[in-house]
Design a protein around this ligand. Structure first.
Ligand SMILES: Cc1ncc(C[n+]2csc(CCOP(=O)(O)OP(=O)(O)O)c2C)c(N)n1
Length: 279
């Protein structure tokens, strides 16, 4: 292969599983690449000490393409699997890839309580605002007024903000970025990997097929331009008035970066106090 077109991240992918099943122009590949960019920059992480766990959905197919130890689990249940792996093998870095339906609908209760216990996990939610895999039904994160197959006149409900929920529930690192802001997305994922506790990153990705087409958002490039034009860095967002915050603008950046007792550490302390040894 010509050196100029050699791809530097190939070692992280199962090339025999490609091409992927995502639609042309889907943003999931961008978010998946941002994860390996963050892993590549991390001095201690490699394919042998990093586990990637996903639920079910288009986004969750990423674990099948990534050449790590991976688990493609059940819909909404990636976090219980990840918790089990982390408790059994605290030496491993456990990354979870999930979708907006997977994480906040069927998996919503697991999400709340895994945040609450502050398990040392890095969760990346690929938010395409819709149930992509099953044909475009409304998810809890579909914005009000946007169309889906189950809300042909526009969703009536207020969308769930998983960053606010993660903060309230007890996560210790919370950030958001988009498929347009690739470098920023990789950076916040990297920071999440460095957090000792529950790290949550929302990656906004375009679904041109099920979401964009229904809502007349144009081509995949148009959807990326929409992210560029509507995302506001948190520092600027914090200075905006309430009137300026109305409409479709949304903040990106780090919303929380703190420390709190991590569940596995507390478990170890208990074992020590009781005079036992953790296997
Ligand atoms: C227990 C269970 N219920 C429902 C389904 C059907 N199902 C598969 S993927 C999915 C929604 C996926 O949406 P999301 O998590 O937003 O991921 P996306 O496909 O958009 O990446 C549903 C409802 C399932 N596989 N298992």
């Amino acid at each position: 292969m010509d050196d100029s077109i050699k791809r530097s991240y190939e070692k992280y992918f199962r090339l025999n599983r490609l091409p992927h099943l995502w639609c042309p122009g889907c943003g999931n590949g961008i978010a998946m690449k941002a994860i390996v960019m963050a892993i590549e920059k991390h001095p201690e992480l490699n394919k042998d000490n990093t586990v990637i766990i996903s639920g079910i959905g288009c986004s969750s197919r990423a674990s099948g393409y990534m050449d790590f130890d991976t688990l493609h689990t059940a819909h909404g249940r990636a976090l219980p699997f990840a918790t089990g792996i982390k408790m059994a093998r605290p030496d491993l870095k456990v990354i979870v890839i999930t979708g907006d339906g997977d994480c906040t609908a069927i998996g919503g209760n697991h999400f709340i309580h895994t945040c609450r216990r502050n398990h040392d996990l890095t969760v990346i939610l690929f938010n395409n605002n819709i149930y992509g895999m099953t044909g475009g039904q409304t998810s809890p994160m579909t914005p009000q007024g946007k169309k889906a197959t189950t809300t042909p006149y526009g969703s009536m409900a207020h969308p769930l903000d998983p960053s606010a929920l993660a903060k309230a529930a007890g996560a210790t690192y919370v950030a958001r970025s988009t498929a347009y802001h690739v470098k920023h997305l990789a950076d916040v994922i990297e920071q999440g990997l460095n957090n000792h506790g529950f790290a949550f990153v929302e990656a906004i990705v375009q679904c041109p097929t099920s979401y964009g087409r229904k809502n007349k958002m144009g081509s995949p490039a148009d959807m990326l331009a929409w992210m560029r034009d509507h995302a506001v860095m948190k520092a600027a967002w914090d200075k905006m008035s309430d009137e300026e915050k109305t409409g479709e603008k949304f903040p990106i950046g780090v919303f929380l970066d703190t420390r709190a007792a991590e569940y596995g550490d507390e478990y170890n302390k208990l074992i020590e106090r009781l005079g036992g040894a953790r296997s």
